[in-house]
Design a protein around this ligand. Structure first.
Ligand code: PBG
Length: 327
């Protein structure tokens, strides 16, 4: 008689077919959301040097990249705007101008793709302010909460008007979800949903994004984004956002915060998204370019980890590339 125990987990790993039979996690192209950048005043798309394969888009290239995403089975994009330097001001007013670059980008996508595409818009002022903060400042340079939230309301309303179906407030101001929800409802836009950046950490993993949007920020965002040392406040943030009417909650960055994702996914009564951010993308691309890691394998493994941890949607710059492999 064998001295090994009867319970032998390796039996279920014997062939690809057996492994597929018992796989608990499935990654689908429709789980993926592609973040994209539309930039004002470009003649040609501009590749972001720290994010190979990711571009500041012209209207033309934005539509082409969206077409490719749709062909691969990705049905949702998250749009960020990159304004001209001269259009930035202290309040970021070009953000809610219907002729501002982000609203024009949303409108162009809506016109081109109709209901085939879900358009999500980033609702935050940092790309549009001359100081690069996510809100307005007092005379000491502190970010003002309620004053900033009022500007998010205007921005969200203009994005809904341009054709966005998901508003995505990423500024981490207190009460931003309730305020935007109330204002959208007042404007008769109860059809527009809100994906709240609920647990968003003051992270160095956002580094390449600052290049992507030509950020003017000096300093950091530690007075409004969460401290990486803390876990509990993520639960509070998600709970408050759900109470305030969020249709989705989100955790960001992704891989370094899987514990947070997993805990929120366990208790959330609404879908839970995760954002694999610019630095996570850049590291995988850099490792692969050096031949140090297998880029495709690591990409799929990290996306699978998000689903295993409980994510319902994954925002990732890999969306199109990954979806092609999953088809
Ligand atoms: C702020 C915003 C940021 C990102 C998304 N929305 C940057 C920040 O908070 O500093 C980061 C995305 C990424 O790194 O991929 N509007």
């Amino acid at each position: 008689m064998s001295s090994f125990p009867a319970r032998r987990p390796r039996r279920l790993r014997s062939t690809p077919q057996m492994r597929n039979l018992v796989a608990e996690t499935t990654l689908r192209p429709s789980d993926l959301i592609l973040p994209m950048f539309i930039a004002d005043g470009l003649d040609e798309p501009n590749e972001i040097s720290s994010m190979p394969g990711v571009y500041q888009h012209t209207f033309d290239s934005l539509c082409r990249a969206t077409e490719e995403a749709l062909e691969a089975g990705v049905t949702c994009v998250d749009l960020f705007g990159v304004p001209l330097e001269k259009d930035k001001d202290a309040t970021g007013s070009v953000a809610w101008n219907p002729d501002g670059i982000l609203n024009r980008g949303i409108a162009a996508l809506r016109e081109e793709f109709g209901d085939d595409l879900i358009i999500m818009a980033d609702t935050c002022l940092d790309e549009f302010t001359s100081h690069g903060h996510c809100g307005v400042l007092d005379d000491q340079g502190r970010v003002l909460n309620d004053e900033s939230v009022q500007l998010y309301q205007k921005m969200a309303r203009s994005q809904a008007e341009a054709g966005a179906q998901i508003i995505s407030p990423s500024g981490m101001m207190d009460g931003q979800v309730a305020a935007i929800r109330a204002d959208l409802d007042e404007a008769g836009r109860d059809d527009v949903s809100i994906m709240a950046y609920s647990a968003k950490y003051a992270s160095a993993f956002f580094g390449p994004f600052r290049e992507a949007v030509g950020s003017s920020l000096e300093g950091d965002r530690r007075t409004y984004q969460q401290d990486p040392r803390n876990f509990r406040e993520s639960l509070l943030e998600a709970e408050l956002d759900i109470e305030e009417g969020a249709d989705f909650v989100m955790v960001k960055p992704g891989l370094p915060y899987l514990d947070v994702l997993s805990a929120i996914a366990e208790t959330s009564s609404v879908p839970v998204a995760v954002y694999q951010v610019s630095g996570e993308y850049a590291m995988i691309k850099a490792g692969a370019a050096n031949g140090w890691v297998d880029g495709e394998a690591i990409m799929l493994e990290s996306l699978t980890a998000f689903k295993r941890a409980g994510a319902d949607q994954i925002l990732t710059y890999f969306a199109t590339e990954a979806a092609r492999l999953l088809k």
